[in-house]
Ligand binder design. Structure first.
Ligand SMILES: Nc1ncnc2c1ncn2[C@@H]1O[C@H](COP(=O)(O)OP(=O)(O)O)[C@@H](O)[C@H]1O
Ligand SMILES: [Mg+2]
Length: 297
């Protein structure tokens, strides 16, 4: 069977997954998205080409993408899904997860909890909404990442300069209820129906708990309700594999984000006590075998 990982940018964690894939697949290819081209012809289905290799002939393509080349990446996932290549997400999942407010929208049907969120173009509407939600509020850039693009205002005097600045940079205004938390959140890795959890604890005096902002992973055995919520959220957004960020107290939790390419390093495996690449690679292999079987029937 053939497995390809398509990435942007290159991260040191990719070889960790690739080495595991090599144990389970005869052909393993690592592809930078910059090298990919799509070919459309009037006859037949579109192709996803890398040099002389047609990736639509692969059994599995595993995207590890930032939201940077969103439109290009979306096309790729769509073509691969239509070509019966196994990808761990639906065609629109990537765009949903790349936009924090699309994520909230998909999740807001009542099955899982999300923070109360407001999306507007007008500073006046934003100031009114913040009064309504109650301070403090968070202000988020739609496509922020790694903890960059999220701000907090304790009152209107702090909010106004932030939203005025967003206007200058022509950014939409997204407000969200600030969920009180001790600078930590829960990351749940979902692989099919299985879940692996840990806590991310931010630096001192820091309310953002992202690892890329200096946060640390700590062991955390998530309660069953939280795991179920994460699996439900992955299904609502069309993912078989994803990372779900939850801010939580003992009894309730709010989902703040779904990550299409959650960070997977040796430390992640250590903190959950399971070889995560192994779980992922064996899961996608099973899925691809099921696709093959369907084709035969
Ligand atoms: N509504 C919120 N209330 C309190 N803290 C939040 C809220 N949303 C996010 N955070 C904190 O900020 C971090 C980054 O926010 P998130 O929405 O996950 O964006 P990013 O893509 O930057 O990770 C979260 O991990 C969490 O620690
Ligand atoms: Mg996050």
């Amino acid at each position: 069977m053939k497995f390809a990982i398509i990435y942007t940018p290159f991260l040191e964690q990719h070889p960790y997954i690739i080495e595991k894939a090599e144990e389970y697949f005869e052909d393993v290819l690592a592809v930078p998205i910059e090298g990919v081209r799509y070919e459309y012809r009037s006859d037949g289905t579109p192709k996803v080409m890398y040099k002389n290799t047609d990736l639509t002939d692969f059994d599995i393509v595993f995207p590890r993408l930032s939201g940077e080349d969103l439109l290009f990446s979306e096309q790729m996932i769509e073509i691969l899904n239509e070509s019966d290549v196994y990808v761990h997400m639906d065609s629109d999942s990537f765009s949903i997860s790349s936009n924090k407010f699309s994520t909230v929208k998909e999740l807001s049907g009542g099955e899982v909890k999300v923070p109360r969120s407001i999306y507007t173009l007008s500073t006046e509407a934003a100031a009114d909404a913040a009064k309504n939600i109650g301070y403090p509020v968070t202000i988020k850039l739609i496509s922020g990442y790694g903890g960059k693009g999220i701000m907090r205002a304790k009152d209107e005097s702090e909010l106004r300069p932030i939203i005025d600045t967003l206007e200058v940079f022509e950014q939409d205004i997204c407000l969200q209820d600030f969920i009180e938390n001790p600078g930590e959140d829960i990351r749940i890795l979902v692989i099919g129906e299985d879940t692996y959890s840990y806590k991310r604890v931010g630096l001192e005096e820091e309310w953002r708990s992202n690892i890329s902002r200096g946060g640390n992973r700590e062991e955390f055995d998530a309660p069953e309700w939280m795991r179920e919520m994460a699996v439900k959220a992955s299904k609502l957004t069309g993912f078989d594999i994803c990372g779900v960020d939850i801010i939580s107290s003992d009894e309730e939790g709010f989902i703040v984000e779904i990550n299409a390419s959650p960070g997977i390093t040796e430390e992640t495996s250590e903190v959950v006590g399971i070889d995560i690449p192994e779980e992922m690679v064996t899961f996608v292999k099973q899925k691809a075998l099921a696709v093959e079987h369907e084709e035969e029937v």
